[in-house]
Design a binder for this molecule. Structure first.
Ligand SMILES: [Zn+2]
Length: 381
């Protein structure tokens, strides 16, 4: 086999750290090793390289707590002045120790950012690390963002291995006493059931609106508990209003998917991203082009063979890929396995800019539902 194709997976900007890890070489003669998460392989090395450029920890004495060794005193006024300085320094150090100088809510992914803003409203400042169009699997944090995390009153992150380039910084913040919330852990998580991620927890909970409801309630409770001076009543009112919108979305998705004949409720995606949706709404996951729960992995030649066989056997004619690069996946399948399939674009990992079709979670979920329902309801050939 002399086939070789370049595939851009989630070729999206990822904020201050620049784009990276977006190209994977699929070589028929020499298949790339597959892997899951940042444990080995070139992806892990690139993640490590990015992180080595970040400022880690930012622990130690703040400038405010340093006392000049040359400070002497001559007479009572000086002593009184020094005592005031010492008291001020002690107050400053105490404030650091209790988180008194921390403010605002830091959120990693833009999907969680949208949910958090929905419940917080204007009661606190919410900062979202990942810009629209960012792949959370490959996002690399900047030194400034790493420092900002540790100055937050609360860090809201997805967890369960999604943000591979951010996790150690969230852990560092937690060690420094910053409250952190791993939202996916509070959303009744499931594990992957196939391929190389089998048995590991699946972080993509947002494809099930019922899980998102749990997530929103967890975020709301944590914001009220952890952010000093928050207007709890306003947050509760925002939460109730948004949960109502989620329930409405859930009913609409249920109705829309019910229109797909049961034998056509079969999903092939770019990586294993719709496990929650499949379980919730009765879809069968036939396979994924990247047979893993992370976009940092890559398929081998035999993986693509297996997938092509599964697609033919199941009679699947439409597969789904992230809107960042849908055509490249179909090209790989066509070139490698001679398989012709339609590819429908979904918004899988990230919101878009306004006007991009998925500027909010609600808009994203509706767009994806519509694309899946249309893609699978068409006539089979
Ligand atoms: Zn993913």
């Amino acid at each position: 086999m002399s086939y070789e194709a370049r595939v851009r997976v989630h070729a999206v900007p990822d904020g201050a750290a620049g784009s990276h890890l977006s190209e994977t070489v699929l070589a028929g003669a020499e298949p790339m090793p597959t892997r899951s998460h940042a444990t080995s392989g070139s992806g892990a090395r690139r993640v490590a390289a990015r992180e080595s450029r970040s400022v880690l920890g930012r622990r130690g004495a703040s400038p405010r707590s340093r006392v000049s060794p040359g400070a002497g005193f001559r007479g009572a006024p000086r002593i009184a002045g020094l005592a005031l300085v010492v008291i001020a320094l002690l107050a400053s150090i105490t404030a650091c120790g209790t988180g008194g100088d921390r403010s605002g809510i830091m959120v990693t992914t833009n999907i969680l950012g949208d949910l958090t803003k929905a419940v917080v409203g204007d009661t606190a400042e919410v900062t979202v690390l990942m810009q629209a169009g960012t792949d959370p699997h490959s996002f690399g944090i900047s030194a400034r963002q790493a420092a900002d995390i540790e100055r937050s009153a609360l860090v809201v992150h997805n967890g369960l291995g999604l943000e591979e380039g951010v996790a150690r910084h969230v852990q560092a913040a937690a060690s420094a006493g910053v409250p952190t919330l791993a939202v996916a852990e509070r959303a009744d998580p499931i594990t992957y059931t196939s391929d190389e991620s089998a048995g590991q927890p699946d972080p993509h909970f947002w494809t099930d609106p019922a899980r998102v409801r749990k997530a929103v309630e967890a975020i709301s409770a944590e914001v009220i508990a952890r952010v000093d001076g928050i207007d709890a009543e306003a947050v509760r009112a925002n939460t109730a209003r948004y949960v109502g919108e989620l329930d409405q979305l859930d009913r609409w998705m249920t109705d829309r998917f019910a229109a797909i004949p049961p034998e056509r409720r079969q999903l092939v995606t770019d990586h294993h991203v719709f496990g929650y949706l499949a379980q919730r709404f009765g879809f069968t996951v036939i396979g994924a082009v990247i047979p893993s729960g992370t976009t940092l992995a890559s398929p081998s030649a035999s993986d693509l063979d297996d997938l092509a066989t599964a697609i033919r056997t199941a009679g699947v004619h439409t597969i789904f890929a992230d809107s960042a690069a849908p055509d490249r996946l179909s090209r790989v399948l066509a070139e490698h396995a001679g398989l012709q399939v339609q590819v429908a674009a979904l918004h899988t990992e990230s919101l878009t800019e306004p006007g991009g079709g998925a500027a909010t979670y609600l808009e994203m979920a509706r767009a994806n539902t519509e694309a899946i329902a249309r893609g699978l309801s068409g006539p089979t050939t």
